[in-house]
Design a binder for this molecule. Structure first.
Ligand SMILES: [Zn+2]
Ligand SMILES: [Zn+2]
Ligand SMILES: [Zn+2]
Length: 399
């Protein structure tokens, strides 16, 4: 349950919608979200079809500074189905260096922050200038620098664009400005594999949980011994939580990242996610639970990587199977199972379900992986292929 080293540097542009939008009432969405939630679409369009959304997006883009004139012509052709959107997209942006250069200014950051804090959807110029808590003779100049990439101008006033909202959110969540740390502390929780006390630590925006006794899930000098969960976690997640609550939050947040990746969508940028499977041919876990050949607990791993931003996560394939009805219903029928999906994986609470899951290579050409879920005197065996699609499910109830 660890991510790769490069995540540490990439993990700072997260999906903070959740931080802001504690609920998804239409009102909030209408006021806040710059993205295209169905609720908001309903407010605007009374219609939810993707084609409509696309048309509306184009309408919006045409209003901004970056839309090529050709859009209008293309719209007449109508929506095309099944073709890659790349063919229909115009990037129309500015080089990243220029975009970030625009932000290197206190007044512009204050403008973005003011827009973010404004309750109304669009803020008129005079009102925006009045509310921005820095005085300058060049307010218009600085605002103009933001218009296009970070701020949208309309007849009603100024609104944050998606990128602008992300910038402010990164600041608010402390990703750029805070550097909290949590010295290693043994907490009131236990290792899902051996039941020993768990130690939690937070440093360099990375949260790590490790077992104080067994080998955890990975032996790598990048992680402390016994690590079973380690990944980039926003500093804002530490505020107002006990270490035990922090660990719980870390499990929930982890699933919020890895679940879309397992469905092929990057949680950071929404781009396509690719996956690769690696197997250990000589897998033989020792007393500490780790195999000497691959230095991990699991014989099979899936590595998910975003094609665009390279955000990556490495998880055993059975993580994905825990979202499958066949597995969930098996647990439900055979155990005292009161979980919702996705349920937290490597927790003490779920140890009875997850600690005995095993994986092995059933066939190498084509690749087939057998995942077994023993529970009491029952067992579920699921065979999956290289695309992690289920090939066969076999249940033995031991009765
Ligand atoms: Zn342990
Ligand atoms: Zn191995
Ligand atoms: Zn991505």
């Amino acid at each position: 349950m660890t991510d790769r080293e490069r995540d540490r540097d990439r993990d700072h542009t997260g999906d903070r919608d959740r931080d802001r939008d504690r609920d998804h009432t239409p009102d909030r969405d209408r006021d806040r979200d710059q993205d295209h939630t169905p609720d908001r679409d309903r407010d605007r369009d009374q219609d939810h079809t993707p084609d409509q959304d696309r048309d509306r997006d184009r309408d919006r883009d045409r209003d901004s500074d970056h839309t090529p004139d050709g859009d209008r012509d293309r719209e007449a052709e109508g929506p095309s189905h099944g073709s890659h959107l790349d063919e229909r997209m115009e990037s129309g942006g500015v080089p990243p260096e220029d975009a970030f250069g625009v932000l290197g200014n206190r007044i512009r950051m204050a403008i973005l922050r003011t827009l973010w804090e404004s309750p109304e959807r669009a803020v008129p110029y005079a009102e925006l200038e009045r509310r921005t808590p820095v005085s300058t003779d060049n307010f218009n100049y600085h605002l103009e620098k933001l218009v296009g990439q970070f701020v949208r101008r309309s007849d009603d006033g100024y609104t944050l664009r998606y990128a602008g909202e992300h910038v402010v959110r990164a600041v608010v969540t402390g990703v750029f400005t805070e550097d909290p740390s949590l010295e290693p502390v043994v907490i009131d929780s236990r290792c899902p594999y051996c039941g020993s006390p768990v130690e939690l630590r937070y440093a360099d925006e990375r949260l790590t949980a490790r077992c104080t006794s067994c080998g955890g899930v990975i032996d790598d000098e990048e992680y402390p011994q016994g690590t079973y969960m380690s990944y980039g976690f926003p500093p804002s997640g530490l505020a107002g939580r006990t270490p035990e609550e922090l660990l719980e939050a870390a499990h929930v947040f982890y699933d919020s990242k890895v679940t879309p990746m397992m469905d092929g969508v990057c949680p950071e940028c929404a781009a396509r996610v690719d996956h690769a499977i690696s197997t250990c041919e000589d897998h033989a876990p020792g007393d500490d639970g780790l195999c000497g050949a691959c230095d991990t607990r699991f014989a099979v791993w899936t590595e998910y990587t975003c094609e665009r931003c390279e955000y990556a996560r490495r998880v055993p394939p059975w993580f994905r199977l825990l979202n499958e009805p066949a597995v969930i219903s098996f647990y439900h029928e055979h155990g005292d199972f009161e979980q919702t999906v996705p349920f937290k994986k490597l927790t003490w609470e779920n140890a009875p379900f997850v600690r005995s899951i095993s994986q092995s290579v059933a066939s190498t050409d084509p690749l087939e992986i057998l995942v077994e879920f023993p529970l009491g005197d029952a067992a579920l065996a699921v065979t999956i292929d290289a695309d992690l699609e289920i090939l066969a499910v076999e249940r033995s109830d031991g009765r």
